[in-house]
Design a protein around this ligand. Structure first.
Ligand code: H2B
Length: 100
């Protein structure tokens, strides 16, 4: 059973994952993405799907045409865990977005 993040690890989240936001009412983080079109969004999702299988960690996500929303939490931990941080960092490496 994986443990939820402790207070010290949570304090690091804003600097570690500046493009991810806390989700109100859940122990989870979320990032929204916008692409040129559906094809680009789906290509991104295909890469995330392969990553999720490799890491055995699966997002809650949705897609509307060129938009993708990804929510990460660890069901086995009942909240945010180190697996979510690792997954978010791997996603950021695929789609860095604008930092700062
Ligand atoms: N994904 C997420 N987000 N949380 C989990 O607790 C989780 C998962 N557990 N993917 C994994 C699969 C587990 O169910 C399997 C059996 O390893």
């Amino acid at each position: 059973m994986i443990r939820p993040l402790d207070e010290a690890a949570r304090a690091e989240l804003p600097s570690l994952l500046p493009l991810w936001q806390a989700v109100e009412g859940r122990d989870a983080i979320r990032r929204r993405f916008r692409f040129a079109d559906f094809s680009a969004a789906w290509g991104f999702m295909a890469r995330i799907a392969l990553l999720a299988e490799r890491m055995d960690h699966h997002p809650e996500w949705s897609n509307v045409w060129n938009r993708v929303e990804i929510l990460l939490t660890t069901h086995d931990a009942g909240g945010l865990s180190a697996r979510d941080v690792a997954m978010a960092q791997a996603i950021d490496a695929i789609e860095p977005g604008r930092l700062g």
